[in-house]
Every structure is written in C-alpha cells, then in structure tokens.
Design a protein around this ligand. Sequence first.
Ligand code: IMP
Ligand code: MG
Length: 186
Amino acid sequence: MNSSKEKARNDARKFELLYSQDVIARRIKEMGRQISRDYKDKDPVFLGVLKGCILFLADLIRNISIPIELEFINASSYNDGVERDKEVIMDGGPRISLTGRHVLLVEGIVDSGHTAVEIFKKIKLEEPASIEMVSLLNKPNCRKMPVEIKYVGFEAKDYFLIGFGLDQAQKYRNLPFIGRVLTKDK
Ligand code: IMP
Ligand code: MG
C-alpha cells in the first residue's frame, strides 16, 4: 500500500493545480454575496445542472443569505471522455414549476455552449419570470454558440479541467481543487 507521502507525490505528478481550494472558496463567497444582493426579494429557484455543478452548488448556496429553492436538471452526452460533447441528453427535468419564477441556472463549466443553449430552450417553455446563468468556470475561447453567463467564477484557458465536480470519464469529481490531468490513471 502507498504511504500518504507517496500518494501525495503521485498526485502531484498526475495533476497541474490551476485553482486551489482557498482560491475557489474565496471566489464562491464573493459570488454568493453578489447573487444574494441581486436576487433579494425575488425568491429565486437555483437550477443545478448535474453532475458537474454539485460541489460548486453546495458551496454557493451556503454563501447565499436570502431564501431560495433548489432543483436539478440532468444533462449528459454519449461522450464520456475529453472530446467535446456531440449530443445533449436531458432527463430528470425540474419538478418545481418554473412558471413566473426567477431561475438561476447553476453550471460547473461552459465550453461550446451547446448544453446551456439546450437547457435554456427547455426552461423557456415554462415561461419563467427571468432566467440567468452562473458558472464556476467559463472557457470563452471554446464557444461555438453565444451564451450569456451573468456570473462567472473564473475565465479559464482552453484546458480540459478536472476536479471540484468536473470529470474526465466520470473520474476526479471529488478532488477539492481544479486542475488538469498530466498523466492518465490506470
Ligand atoms: P458545453 O460544450 O458547453 O456544452 O459543455 C458540455 C459539458 O461538457 C459541460 O457541462 C461539462 O460537463 C463538460 N465539460 C466541458 N468542458 C469541460 C472540462 O474542461 N472539464 C470537464 N468537463 C467539461
Ligand atoms: Mg463530463
């Protein structure tokens, strides 16, 4: 079995750290403050896009000081790896009615914009009072279609990022930091 020191050395070789736990926590606190101000008295519905939103959403809502409701939508694709998703599949759509509500879509990362555009279309059918988006990460250089993101945590380069909810073939979501993979797991 690996000692914890060996494990730390192996992990350091495996990932390049891009956003540390501290940096992420500080930014999410700021975002929470701003959203709490903007949505005061609006009773918003936070609509998390699974699965990438989970860690961000959990930390964000703990930094929200106004009443909110929480709902999820599941968006995935056939492609499980690092290649860009070709088709967006949605299920487990919101059970809370969004009609007349102020909806804030919560994403882990926006890349081509394809997923966001499909979800926006679906939600608009319910005629919400407003719909805006918050994403922990944005990769503006990867955009294939325009998406308006009202609150962005970090503008990232065109790396494939993992950790803090983001996966590569379903792995690494549990890492408490955001980085990129240097060597692949066996
Ligand atoms: P889209 O290209 O904007 O539709 O992004 C599709 C989905 O791909 C996102 O919701 C993420 O789940 C995933 N994704 C995009 N870029 C990355 C990345 O750098 N790391 C991990 N997942 C990503
Ligand atoms: Mg993924």
